[in-house]
Design a protein around this ligand. Structure first.
Ligand code: HEC
Length: 114
């Protein structure tokens, strides 16, 4: 019979193997430090803002509200306020950084405020 500790360790390894992609479990050590993704030309916070917006901000309106002729947001500050308003209405409980990232993404992609 297996000692309890190796049984637990086996269970843990199985759980890890199921939870992680095979490469993460099998690879000895990453050759380069993962600090610089550099794959995308977009700033990381813009990419994160896009991911958040794509995930949470398309239920009521699409991206057309950001570019419509009579859009409500008319300043960089106003954009952040509107993101906060919609985020609060949704009850997402984003971190301050998330709101800034999404406002930054919407600005760099749609609004282009200085
Ligand atoms: C519960 C529905 C709902 C969701 C989900 C939602 N919004 Fe909104 N959003 C609105 C409404 C309503 C307006 C105002 C539309 C209007 O005035 O015609 C609006 C307007 C906006 C505007 C202003 C558009 C303009 O006219 O310049 C921005 C920016 C915006 N939302 C961002 C977001 C972001 C970011 C998210 C995700 C956190 C989000 N919205 C999710 C309801 C929503």
């Amino acid at each position: 019979m297996l000692p309890l500790r190796s049984a637990a360790s086996l269970a843990l390894r199985l759980a890890l193997a199921a939870a992680l992609p095979a490469a993460a479990v099998d690879a000895p050590a990453p050759a380069a430090p993962a600090a610089s993704p550099a794959a995308s030309s977009a700033a990381p916070e813009t990419a994160k803002g896009k991911a958040l917006a794509d995930q949470s901000c398309v239920k009521c309106h699409g991206t057309e509200v950001y570019t419509r002729a009579d859009r409500k947001v008319t300043s960089r500050d106003g954009l952040e306020r509107q993101v906060r308003r919609c985020e609060t209405a949704l009850g997402l409980r984003w971190f301050e950084d998330d709101i800034k990232d999404v406002a930054g993404y919407l600005n760099s992609h749609y609004y282009h405020f200085k």
